[in-house]
Design a protein. Structure first.
Length: 137
């Protein structure tokens, strides 16, 4: 039994350290640089119903977007997002709802946008799981 005490103490210290770090992050908006929020597709649908100036961002390639996309989404391919602010995203405080095909590229794009200063990023996975409307051009 004594062998487990150091492990339990180490685990408790880790939980305490993580908790303190999370509290520190919340102290200042500047601490959230580089952060995005993962949400469910149901949460994304609810957010899309609001007239809050949000923008739906499809980060797949243009040919994938043309095959079918969520209504009102703009196409900004993940590969085109670098260290400069994308022209189609002039407001770094605008609510961005980001998706791709499976969720892999949307996470990458969300992180890159957060790293260059966007502050209201919500990543909701891939269109392959989308149960809402899809339009084609």
């Amino acid at each position: 039994m004594k062998k487990f005490i150091p492990i339990a103490l180490a685990a408790a210290a880790l939980v305490l350290a993580v908790g303190c770090a999370a509290e520190k992050k919340a102290e200042s908006d500047s601490d959230f640089k580089g952060v995005y929020i993962e949400i469910t597709q149901e949460e994304a649908k609810e957010m899309m119903k609001k007239d809050d100036g949000h923008l739906i961002v499809d980060v797949r390639r243009q040919d994938e977007y043309d095959e079918g996309h969520i209504p009102d989404a703009v196409c900004i391919p993940n590969e085109s997002i670098g260290t400069e602010q994308p022209e189609k995203l002039p407001d770094k405080e605008q609510i961005l709802l980001i998706y791709c095909r499976s969720g892999r590229r949307s996470k990458q794009a969300a992180q890159k946008l957060a790293d260059i200063g966007y502050t209201n990023i919500y990543e909701f996975g891939g269109i392959i799981d989308w149960t809402g409307e899809i339009v084609t051009d």
